[in-house]
Design a protein around this ligand. Structure first.
Ligand code: HEC
Length: 407
C-alpha cells in the first residue's frame, strides 16, 4: 500500500503545486502588464501613478495605481501573497516527498558522490537557505542601486549553484535544486521584503505619515527579479521530466541558456506592454540559446549521443557503476526479457531511440536502483510494459512484485 500512497501523494502535491504556481505567475504577469500599461490620469499627479482601462468578462475595469501614497486608504485591501506562499510550501513538500523520502532513487547518485541521506538533506536544504541569504545581502548592499549589476551577479550565482549541485547530487536532483533555489528566492522576496514593506507603507499611511519611498523602490526591484525568474524557473521545473536537459556534464550551461532565453522573452513582453515597441532581437537571442541547448543535449547526453550514433562520452555519473548489488537471477531474466528492450541505453525496441523517461533496466545495478519504480509500474499496477506488449506473465509479474516489495 505504501508505494501507492506515495505515488498518489506525489500526484496530489504536484497538482496543488502547479495550480498555486499558475495563480502566482498569472498574477505576476497581470501586475507587470498593468504597471506597464498605466497612463497618466487627471486625479493623480504626474509621476505619482496612473490608470489603465481594461476589459474582461463582460465588464470594464478602471484600475488606478498610486505610487506610495493615496489620499485615503480603505479598510479592506486585497493582498496578493498566498499564491506565492502556497507555491513554495507545496513545492517544498514535493521536493521532500520525491527527492528526500526516496533519496536513494532520485537524489543520491553514488557515481557522483556517495552521500548519506542526512548529509544530502543538509546540503540540499542548506543550499537553498544559503542561496537566499547571499542573494538578499546582495540586494541590500550598495550594489542594490544598480539593477543591471545585481542582475548579472544573480545570473552568475544561479549558474554557479547549478554547477555546485551537479558535483554532489544526481543530475536530475541537481537541476531541480537549482530551480528550487530560484523559486525560494522568489518566495523569499515576497515573504521577507515585498509584503513587509507594503505593511510598513500601509501603517505609515494609516498614521497619517508620508511613507518612505524606499520601501516601494526595493519592493519593485525584487518583484522585477521575480518577473524575470518566472520563465526560467518553469523551464527547470518541467525539465526534470526530460533527461536530455539534465543528464549532461554541461547541465549548468543549459541552466545558463534557459536563464538567458527566459529573461529576454520576459523583457520582450515587458517592453511591448510598456508601449516601447517590439524588440524582435529578443526572440533571436532566445532561439540561439535554445538551439545551443539542443546541441549540448544531443552531443553530450548518453541518450543524445546514442541517437546520433556517437560513442558514449565518459562522464562520472555514467562511467562508474554503483555499489555491488544482489538481484536474483530470475528477476534479472524477467526484467531483461520484458523491459530492457525499451529501458536500455540503446533500446532495441522499434521506435525507441532513447530509454523512455531515462529509466534504465539493463544491468543488475540499474534494476536494484529502480526497485521501487518497478514495484509501482509493473507490480502494483499494470502500467508497464505498456499494454503488456512484451507479454509479461502473471506469475512473473507476481514474482517481480514480491521481490520489489522486499518480501
Ligand atoms: C515497449 C517499450 C517498453 C517496455 C517493454 C517497458 N517499458 Fe517502461 N516505459 C516505456 C515508456 C514509453 C515509458 C514512458 C511512459 C510515459 O511517459 O508515461 C516507460 C516508463 C517507465 C517507468 C517510469 C514511469 C514514470 O512515470 O516514472 C518505469 C519505472 C518503467 N517504465 C518500468 C518498466 C518495467 C519494470 C518494465 C518491464 C516489466 C517496462 N517498463 C517495460 C516503455 C516500455
Amino acid at each position: 500500500m505504501e508505494p501507492i500512497l506515495h505515488e498518489y501523494g506525489s500526484l496530489l502535491l504536484r497538482w496543488t503545486h502547479i495550480i498555486a504556481g499558475m495563480a502566482w505567475i498569472g498574477s505576476s504577469f497581470y501586475f507587470m502588464h498593468l504597471d506597464a500599461s498605466l497612463k497618466a490620469c487627471a486625479d493623480i499627479p504626474p509621476g505619482k501613478g496612473g490608470e489603465a482601462w481594461e476589459v474582461h468578462g463582460g465588464g470594464f475595469y478602471q484600475v488606478k495605481k498610486y505610487l506610495v501614497a493615496p489620499d485615503f486608504l480603505p479598510e479592506e485591501l486585497g493582498w496578493h501573497k498566498w499564491q506565492s506562499y502556497a507555491t513554495w510550501i507545496t513545492g517544498f513538500f514535493l521536493l521532500i516527498w520525491v527527492y528526500y523520502y526516496q533519496s536513494s532513487i532520485f537524489l543520491i547518485d553514488p557515481a557522483v558522490m556517495n552521500l548519506k541521506p542526512i548529509t544530502a538533506l543538509v546540503i540540499g536544504l542548506g543550499g537553498l537557505a544559503a542561496g537566499w541569504i547571499a542573494y538578499d545581502q546582495l540586494c541590500r548592499s550598495r550594489l542594490g542601486d544598480k539593477p543591471l549589476v545585481v542582475g548579472i551577479i544573480v545570473f552568475a550565482g544561479v549558474v554557479l549553484a547549478a554547477f555546485l549541485y551537479q558535483q554532489v547530487f544526481s543530475p536530475r536532483a541537481a537541476f531541480i535544486h537549482t530551480g528550487a533555489l530560484m523559486a525560494t528566492i522568489m518566495s523569499g522576496n515576497v515573504f521577507f521584503v515585498i509584503i513587509p514593506n507594503q505593511h510598513k507603507v500601509v501603517a505609515a499611511l494609516k498614521a497619517g505619515e508620508v511613507p518612505n519611498p524606499y520601501y516601494g523602490k526595493t519592493a519593485k526591484l525584487r518583484s522585477g527579479h521575480n518577473n524575470y525568474f518566472t520563465l526560467p524557473v518553469v523551464f527547470l521545473m518541467i525539465s526534470n521530466h526530460y533527461p536530455l536537459t539534465y543528464s549532461t556534464p554541461y547541465a549548468f550551461v543549459i541552466v545558463a541558456l534557459a536563464l538567458v532565453a527566459g529573461t529576454v522573452i520576459r523583457y520582450f513582453y515587458n517592453e511591448r506592454h510598456a508601449g516601447r515597441g517590439d524588440k524582435a532581437w529578443c526572440w533571436l537571442v532566445a532561439a540561439v540559446c535554445l538551439i545551443l541547448a539542443i546541441f549540448i543535449s544531443a552531443t553530450t547526453t548518453p541518450a543524445g549521443r546514442m541517437a546520433l550514433g556517437l560513442p558514449p562520452l565518459v562522464s562520472p555519473a555514467y562511467a562508474k557503476s554503483g555499489p555491488a548489488v544482489d538481484v536474483p537471477v530470475d528477476i534479472q531474466n524477467v526484467v531483461m526479457g520484458r523491459c530492457a528492450m525499451c529501458h536500455a541505453a540503446e533500446p532495441v525496441y522499434e521506435g525507441f531511440a532513447v530509454p523512455p523517461r531515462g529509466i534504465l533496466l539493463d544491468t543488475p545495478e540499474a534494476i536494484a536502483k529502480n526497485r521501487k519504480l518497478i514495484l509501482v509500474q509493473a507490480g502494483l499496477t499494470h502500467a508497464m510494459p505498456p499494454n503488456n506488449i512484451t507479454e509479461l506473465s502473471d506469475e512473473d509479474r507476481a514474482m517481480l512484485k514480491e521481490w520489489a516489495s522486499g518480501k
